[in-house]
Design a protein around this ligand. Structure first.
Ligand SMILES: Cc1cc2nc3c(=O)[nH]c(=O)nc-3n(C[C@H](O)[C@H](O)[C@H](O)COP(=O)(O)OP(=O)(O)OC[C@H]3O[C@@H](n4cnc5c(N)ncnc54)[C@H](O)[C@@H]3O)c2cc1C
Length: 419
């Protein structure tokens, strides 16, 4: 029997989950990652119960759940430290069936990569789709710097590429996806959301703190403990795209947040400027007409970039991956039909999350003092009327459950159950 072959472009959260889920369904999988190593950015990632349940499909949900923080309480504050809305992991578990777990990205990538047979992931390997394929014809992908379109991203030219044939190509090549541009030429690129984000990980501050997200004028700061005791901090501010601090990013953060409540000043005192990541935030402005073309499926940020306000970009990539593997039929001739089902399942849901994240982004980036005062009053009132305001933002998102696929390593059971 022909073993179906999948080729995954990009070894981020989405690509590795897709590879693990397809491998579990009996596909032969190759993953090409442009970066020289799998070392992800030094930052945390929140995985809500929807993502944890998706990870159950590849046997990783419990490993993530076991990393849940021991601090139960948290919530939304003002820069002076006043609480606007409180929440707790217990409340999240009651509402969504589990807590939101924040872990270091390196730990998540390590867990995912360990689900794959050795040699599956090829780092230092940029890849590009050369033919998306049809129901009758497999897709082809070119790897190596010669394969990247115009050499524009590698900065290198003239090196020989290698051609790969695949029954299914998974394009998980991130927010600036070259595959998306190639398959949907002319489709508008993700749009700058109007704010930039900083992230870093440091040892815990000397004094205890309660996990929080704090909303100021056009700016946000969040502090969350990681499972190993270190602390993940993130911040955003309304700024033009493409900017960099005139001196260094720690100095910039000190100017903007240095006077905010504990533990913000202590964290800024502890961080090395070089350890601070700064990224402009982009979101999908116009939904793609489909998340597939021929035998190529787009997933994660490549398909639907979203602002980080609900902490769902990675979670949705993980959902995409297991739904894609659920539909991926062992019969390669059925791939095009399977991808239509994938688009049907994923496009409306992920675009809903894109829009909901953008709404929270608009609220959190309000800058004028009257608007911010009104926002604080409205949040406090809403929190009193119906508690756990922060959690309500995840209703219909964090309670998601994966489709039931008869997964069993190495088996190719046909799946007609749907969900
Ligand atoms: C500030 C901030 C905070 C966030 N916080 C959260 C959070 O708490 N929870 C959450 O769920 N999400 C969060 N997100 C969103 C999350 O980071 C993304 O949604 C997620 O990383 C998307 O995963 P992906 O696999 O689609 O893409 P990526 O993680 O971007 O991976 C794409 C991979 O493809 C590779 N690649 C690109 N082109 C090629 C090529 N031609 N050939 C081979 N490889 C290629 C790249 O090198 C990269 O490794 C946050 C985002 C930001 C900006």
């Amino acid at each position: 029997m022909h073993q179906p072959r999948a080729f995954v472009i990009g070894a981020g959260v989405g690509g590795l989950t897709a590879a693990a889920a397809l491998h579990r369904r009996g596909w032969a999988v190759t993953v090409a990652e442009r970066a020289a190593t799998l070392e992800p950015v030094g930052a945390g990632i929140a995985l809500a119960p929807n993502a944890q349940r998706a990870l159950d499909v590849i046997g990783l949900g419990d490993a993530v759940r076991s990393m849940a923080g021991r601090q139960d309480e948290g919530g939304l504050r003002t820069p002076s430290g006043r609480w606007l809305s409180r929440t707790s992991q217990t409340a999240a578990a009651e509402r969504f069936g589990g807590p939101v777990v924040v872990l270091h990205r390196a730990d998540l990538i390590g867990l995912l990569a360990a689900r794959l047979p050795g040699g599956t992931v090829r780092t230092g390997t940029p890849a590009a789709v050369t033919d998306p394929g049809t129901a009758e014809r497999p897709a082809t992908v070119r790897t190596g710097h010669g394969g990247e379109r115009g050499g524009e991203e590698s900065g290198e030219e003239g090196r020989e590429g290698e051609e790969h044939t695949a029954d299914l190509v998974v394009a998980a090549d991130g927010i600036h996806s070259a595959t998306r541009r190639a398959l949907f030429p002319g489709h508008p690129a993700p749009r700058y959301a109007g704010f930039t984000a900083w992230r870093f990980v440091v040892p815990p501050p000397g004094r205890p703190f309660t996990p929080h997200e704090t909303w100021g004028r056009g700016s946000v700061w969040g502090t969350v403990p990681l499972p190993d005791g270190r602390v993940y901090a993130y911040a955003t501010a309304v700024l033009p795209a493409g900017g960099r601090a005139p001196d260094d990013e720690r100095a910039e953060l000190l100017r903007r947040f240095g006077y905010w409540h504990h533990p913000v000043p202590d964290l800024l005192a502890a961080v090395e400027p070089a350890a601070i990541l700064r990224n402009d935030v982009y979101g999908t402005a116009v939904a793609l007409p489909a998340y597939h073309r021929g035998r190529v499926a787009l997933l994660g940020d490549a398909a639907h970039a979203m602002t980080p306000n609900l902490g769902q970009g990675g979670c949705q990539a993980v959902e995409d991956a297991v739904v894609l593997a659920h539909h991926a039929a062992p019969d390669p001739g059925e791939t095009v039909r399977a991808l239509a089902a994938y688009t049907r399942d994923r496009l409306p849901r992920t675009m809903d999350v894109v829009r909901r994240s953008a709404r929270v982004a608009r609220l959190s980036t309000l800058s004028s003092p009257p608007a911010c005062a009104l926002r604080a009053a409205a949040v406090a009132v809403a929190d009193r009327i119906g508690p756990r305001l922060v959690l309500r933002g995840l209703d219909g998102i964090a309670d998601w459950r994966p489709p039931r696929t008869p997964y069993a390593a190495g088996t190719l059971e046909s799946d007609t159950t749907g969900h």
